[in-house]
Write a protein that binds this ligand. Structure first.
Ligand code: DX5
Ligand code: ZN
Length: 220
């Protein structure tokens, strides 16, 4: 559908030229900017934190879609809000007091998202779905860009789409990991409304062409 949004993951950008890379995807039609925050505990990798996000905020008008892969999200939410996050998404596997965490994000005026690892069943969403602005379905095990899409995740997207529709929820349904122009049609057909793409966009020569190909995948 034409309402699909594209959120380039800067993890695959050239960090030395980060401002230029962000301007390039903004110019190329990106709708959001996906920022992967990793802590070396929840996931076996380290990336960036609030100071870099604060700097990014100054060079783009794109809404910042901040994906926290950290064990102590509650401690850092005020800092990510202050840095300019528009969406903050937390992992259900890392948040023992998920309702409190979601409320803490929302009461600061920021959109709140929840995300599930590939092996986490959709049933964990039952009691929180009505409270969230976004659901992020991981289609790789988080920690690294450039991994292969796990096809069994498609049926989770379908199931979450049904749960959201039943609630008449307008929450975004975002998919992250291994998203490419050649699998985007299936992901959109399953019910996704936001596609994250890192390597597919930043390793391509034509950012605008790749973003358009992702957005219109499966359209006649
Ligand atoms: C993985 C990150 C993803 C990653 C996507 O832990 O959450 O956002 O950057 O990269 P690609 O699109 O290359 O799989
Ligand atoms: Zn991500």
């Amino acid at each position: 559908s034409s309402s699909v949004l594209i959120s380039p993951s800067i993890l695959a950008a050239d960090f030395v030229r980060l401002a230029d890379e962000i301007a390039a995807v903004e110019q190329a039609g990106a709708d959001l900017l996906h920022i992967d925050v990793m802590d070396g505990h929840f996931v076996p990798n380290l990336t960036i934190g609030p100071p870099v996000i604060e700097s990014i905020k100054k060079v783009t008008k794109l809404p910042l879609d901040v994906h926290l892969m950290i064990t102590n999200a509650d401690t850092f939410i005020p800092e990510f809000v202050a840095a300019g996050a528009n969406y903050i998404t937390v992992h259900v596997e890392a948040c023992p007091h998920l309702h409190r965490t979601i409320q803490s994000i929302k009461e600061r005026g920021v959109k709140a998202g929840v995300t599930l690892n590939p092996a986490t069943p959709v049933s964990v969403l039952q009691e929180i779905l009505a409270d969230v602005d976004l659901v992020l379905v991981m289609s790789v095990n988080p920690g690294f860009g450039g991994q292969k899409f796990i096809p069994s995740v498609l049926k989770k997207i379908v199931a979450i789409r049904e749960m959201l529709d039943r609630l008449q929820s307008r929450a975004l349904l975002e998919v992250d990991g291994g998203v490419k122009p050649d699998n985007a049609a299936q992901i959109i057909a399953a019910g996704a409304t936001v596609l994250v793409a890192g390597s597919a966009i930043f390793a391509s020569r034509d950012y605008a062409g790749t973003i358009a190909a992702l957005r219109t995948a499966g359209q006649p």
